[in-house]
Design a protein around this ligand. Structure first.
Ligand SMILES: Cc1ncc(COP(=O)(O)O)c(C=O)c1O
Length: 468
């Protein structure tokens, strides 16, 4: 069997794909959010292996219809509100198909000239949203926010210790210390663990009553570490914490970072792209003072997974960490295009920029601003409705679109049971929340398909269950 589809097979594949995409879109609202998992089918999938003679195009689409789609979570469903994950835009599937067809290797420009310029354009546009100087700023698309933060901390280590490439952390100098808040995402610890900074050298600074990093305690911790002979080198602020959406006081942290010569990284994986939403844009203004920022186009630009982004204020810092010369890859430099292998750890890289670029071109930037503003309004509405319901309690102020709610009197495990019940009956897939030690549930609206009616249905049901 050839590995190329002939004309008839291609026509059939086109028809079946079009039918799948169309059916998926039309039936989304009626699809169970969490599938009733068919274990026998999945067991069979796991064990049946691969035929020597293929099942052909029809066989692939049959598997898709009968076994894969019914056992997949409907993350685009309007009441899928459990995680920071949005439904892809309408152009996503088409852009992904084109990217797979072109199969550009976004490592050096000769293998991906248009892709290199498109990635640069996307990075430049994102950098300018935060007021970075486009000439000086740089960045790279990554597999997600966690990888963007891992890359950022790598860059910060190289910036602090110019001989880091040769000596790593083995040069016997004072241990480096990293600061972040108690509400920071686990990816910060994970990066510190991977990079050899060590969790013993990560300080989780307590937060205030709005769950924002306490800058006075940050300053104290830096002072205490210096006095103990350690070397503070980096602070990771969060613009949109994963649990409650709180935004650290970025300006004050930037002041301290400047005074103490700390690299300032902002984890904006959840929240920073709300800079596109006019009503809250100001909240993110001070990001322009950061050395680096992690964003997630696969969250708030609704790109299909995976699409994260690292921005750095000074592109030279990226290259200092990641550019190695390899004789067999060298092609002439071209000022128009970047060799992205010099901006990150990967050599072979997919054309991630296309799905972001395609969506911004197809729908226009205003569409994203309004989608994000709409989600913020829904979160505000949800917060107000919860406050007005006697049986429900808000666990934290609503800053962005993460809304944490508890039913007073219910224990942690009882909230877990409640979540399972809501999912099972099809009301919504929501997530758990722990705020200041209290257990509850979390509604995270990063879904541009969610409507006010969806939110009302969730609150009505919660109120009913709380009365019961
Ligand atoms: C604040 C924050 N940082 C980092 C991440 C991790 O991002 P990713 O899943 O893209 O690696 C998340 C994910 O929700 C997040 O909310």
């Amino acid at each position: 069997m050839s590995l190329i589809l002939d004309d008839a097979e291609r026509r059939r594949a086109n028809d079946l794909l079009a039918r799948f995409l169309d059916g998926y879109e039309r039936n989304l609202d009626d699809t169970p959010i969490v599938p009733e998992i068919d274990r026998d089918t999945l067991q069979e999938l796991m064990h049946e292996g691969f035929p020597a003679t293929g099942t052909g195009v029809e066989g692939f689409f049959r598997d898709l219809d009968e076994r894969i789609v019914p056992n997949s979570t409907a993350v685009s469903h309007p009441r899928f509100l459990a995680y920071v994950l949005g439904p892809p835009t309408g152009i996503a599937a088409y852009a992904e198909a084109v990217a797979a067809t072109l199969n550009q290797n976004c490592n050096f420009w000769q293998l991906s000239p248009a892709a290199s310029v498109i990635e640069r354009t996307v990075i430049g546009w994102l950098a300018s949203r935060f007021g970075f100087d486009q000439e000086r700023a740089g960045g790279i698309l990554t597999g997600g926010g966690s990888i963007a933060t891992l890359n950022a901390l790598t860059v910060a280590l190289h910036a602090r210790r110019p001989d880091f490439r040769a000596t790593g952390l083995q040069a016997g100098r004072a241990p480096l210390v990293l600061y972040t808040s108690a509400e920071a995402h686990r990816c910060v610890d994970k990066a510190a663990g991977i990079l050899g900074i060590g969790l013993d050298h990560v300080r989780h600074i307590p937060t205030d009553d709005r769950l924002r990093m306490r800058v006075d305690l940050l300053a104290e911790a830096v002072r205490a570490d210096r006095a103990a002979g350690l070397e503070p080198f980096c602070v990771v602020a969060t613009a949109g914490t994963v649990t409650t959406g709180s935004v650290d006081p970025l300006g004050e942290i930037a002041d301290l970072a400047e005074a103490e010569d700390l690299w300032l990284h902002v984890d904006g994986a959840y929240g920073a792209l709300f800079v596109l939403a006019e009503p809250v844009a100001e909240m993110f203004r001070e990001i322009r003072r950061a050395d680096s920022v992690a964003l997630d186009p696969h969250k708030l630009l609704f790109a299909p997974l995976e699409a994260g982004c690292l921005l750095v204020r000074d592109a030279a810092t990226l290259r200092a960490a990641y550019a190695y010369s390899s004789s067999y890859l060298t092609v002439a430099q071209d000022p128009l295009m970047h060799d992205y292998m010099d901006h990150g750890p990967q050599l072979s890289r997919s054309f991630k920029a296309l799905k972001i670029w395609a969506a911004l071109r197809t729908f226009g930037t205003d569409a994203f601003g309004s989608a994000l503003t709409g989600m913020l309004e829904l979160a505000g509405h949800l917060g107000r409705r919860v406050t007005a319901e006697p049986g429900l309690e808000l666990m934290a102020p609503v800053t962005l679109t993460a809304v944490c709610i508890r039913l007073p009197g219910l224990s942690g495990p009882e909230h877990t049971t409640l979540l399972a019940r809501l999912a099972e009956e099809g009301t919504a897939l929501l997530g758990p929340a722990v705020v200041g030690g209290a257990h509850g549930i979390r509604v995270c609206i990063t879904n541009h398909r969610t409507t006010r009616a969806d939110i009302d249905a969730i609150v009505d049901r919660l109120a009913e269950l709380s009365r019961a």
